[in-house]
Design a protein around this ligand. Structure first.
Ligand code: GLC
Ligand code: MG
Length: 533
């Protein structure tokens, strides 16, 4: 049975460009919901929780990689792009997920990992077996080098970006040694991924999140990276994507990468006007980000500048202005994101505790009022904080490469219900793959469901209020002067204020459509945002 459009429908059913104003919910498969009791989230688990996402009020879900993988980087090491890892279910389960989501009016975006394969992918096995100089090796970046690695590049996860194989050759891996980089200058590589795109489009997916979209093509000679005297060559592992300490980047954001996306654009177009792709591209400037979303390339790019902005009205204003200015000439819709599976959860980034949560909710309210689309990460609607995962439970490859904590703390399984771990993570689940904290009973979706003051209720209200405005409030944002501590702007009928200072400020007249926390009489408290009409 097809989906019947209704009053509070996620996306206007007749909009092909649904993503332009969508709220996309990121599902980190391992940690969302477990259906079979093995402690690892899976596709049937997601399907069982789709009504929750519908009720939350998001428009789409992005599902992180669920393909066969040895799981060294939790699925970002893909061994087969056209199947489902038995850990997560089967192709039939993927079909079921897509169909159920569509029945509920939710779109489905899948993750595509084109920069590298797993070392267990049949291509890499063949490359090792075939030896130096073979066409099999030419799909990757194998090089000879007598004295140490062929160049000075570092892995994002720490240590050198090269590993030597038995016959003496080295292969490049910008991430873990189990994630060999493909050579995108070899025509076999683009051809393979064009087939992969078509495979998933044929199964009904609505779009793709493109992993490491800025990394596919490297500078041809693989020359050394020039590290300036003031630059730190080895930024914090895993965070080095974020910190971008070095200006010279022969491994990232090369002009030829855009040819790839021009060809993908055509493939998506052929599949339907409503298909989309969003780039994970850690570029250096808003303009270089905009290049990925030119009219004949991808549709969106994650706006990490928003997530990186420190807590101040001026820096938020700068990101808003800079983002809109960069997107306008290419006609792309802006995006906003505060958390994902690679960064510290935003309540913790904003200082943690009650203040961190208040700030997180306020930043979320602002993000949801801006034109364009927002990406929310599972668990942020529950106000989850980063967890300090005990060393014996850490699994991030960067932890194994460097001994630094890594990203496990934002990937702890979702607490659904009950008063103790595993908090309803799945029927029959005893031990989730990362243990949950003992003090999460008040944070479960069940505990927050009926409490109007809960973060979950706040997200539901915000998403419902946004739904009425997203398609009608227009794309123009006019910044207002409300003092140095307050970010204030007008968008169509909306006036939005965010108090980044430490003292309450006066509220202008207007009907309060949404507030991120309690309002003192006529005042906007610190760390609070409000929408007025
Ligand atoms: C992306 C993913 C991250 C992964 C890396 C390598 O940045 O978001 O989780 O480890 O790519 O695929
Ligand atoms: Mg499972």
């Amino acid at each position: 049975m097809g989906h019947m459009p209704g009053l509070n429908d996620p996306i206007p059913a007749d909009r092909d460009d649904w993503w332009r104003h969508a709220v996309v919910y990121q599902v980190y498969v391992r940690s969302f919901a477990d259906s079979d009791g093995d402690g690892v989230g899976d596709l049937p688990g997601i399907t069982s929780r789709l009504p929750y996402l519908r009720e939350l009020g998001v428009d789409a879900l992005w599902v992180t990689p669920f393909y066969p993988s040895p799981q060294h980087d939790h699925g970002y090491d893909v061994a087969d792009y056209r199947d489902v890892d038995p850990l997560f279910g089967s192709l039939a389960d993927a079909d079921e997920l897509i169909a159920t989501a569509h029945d509920l009016g939710l779109r489905v975006v899948v993750d595509l990992v084109p920069n590298h394969t797993s070392n267990e992918h049949e291509w890499f096995r063949a490359a090792l077996a075939a030896g130096p100089g073979s066409p099999e090796r030419a799909r990757y970046l194998f090089r000879d080098s007598a004295d140490g690695p062929p160049n000075n590049w570092s892995s994002v996860f720490g240590g050198p970006a090269w590993t030597q194989v038995e016959d003496g050759q080295w292969y490049l891996h910008l991430f873990d040694s189990t994630q060999p980089d493909l050579d995108w200058r070899n025509p076999e590589v683009p051809a393979m991924f064009e087939d992969v795109l078509r495979f998933w489009l044929d199964r009904g997916v609505d779009g793709f999140r493109v992993d490491v979209a800025h990394g596919l093509v490297k500078e041809e000679l693989l020359r050394d990276q020039v590290v300036g005297e003031d630059e730190v060559p080895d930024a914090t592992p895993a965070q080095s994507m974020v910190e971008r300490a070095i200006r010279d980047e022969p491994m990232w954001d090369q002009p030829e990468v855009h040819d790839v996306y021009r060809s993908w654009h055509q493939i998506l177009d052929e599949a339907g006007a409503d298909k989309m792709a969003v780039a994970e591209a850690w570029t250096q400037t808003p303009d270089s980000m905009a290049a990925f979303v030119r009219p004949d390339e991808l549709d969106q790019a994650f706006n990490f500048a928003w997530l990186l902005a420190p807590w101040s009205a001026a820096s938020f204003a700068e990101v808003v202005t800079g983002t809109l200015a960069a997107m306008e000439p290419v006609g792309a819709s802006p995006t906003w994101v505060l958390s994902n599976h690679d960064v510290v959860r935003h309540p913790t980034r904003y200082g943690g505790g009650a203040r961190g949560l208040a700030r997180a909710r306020a930043a979320t309210a602002v993000m949801l009022a801006l034109p364009g689309s927002s990406y929310v990460y599972q668990g942020e609607e529950l106000g989850l904080e980063q967890v300090d995962v005990a060393p014996e439970h850490r699994q991030d490859p960067s932890w194994f490469r460097t001994g630094e904590p890594g990203r496990d703390g934002c990937r702890v399984p979702i607490p659904w219900s009950g008063s103790k771990a595993p908090y309803g993570f799945g029927p029959g689940t005893e031990q989730p793959w990362i243990p949950q904290p003992d003090d999460w009973s008040a944070l479960t979706a069940e505990a927050q469901d009926a409490d109007p003051g809960s973060t979950l209720s706040f997200y539901r209200r915000a998403l419902a209020a946004r739904r009425e405005l997203a398609w009608t409030a227009g794309e123009t944002v006019e910044l207002l002067d409300a003092g140095a501590d307050v970010l204030a702007f007008r968008r169509g009928p909306l006036t939005v204020l965010l108090n980044c200072g430490s003292a309450p400020v006066a509220l202008p007249d207007g009907e309060v459509l949404l507030s991120s926390g309690p309002l003192g009489d006529g005042k906007l408290p610190a760390d609070t945002a409000v929408w007025l009409r």
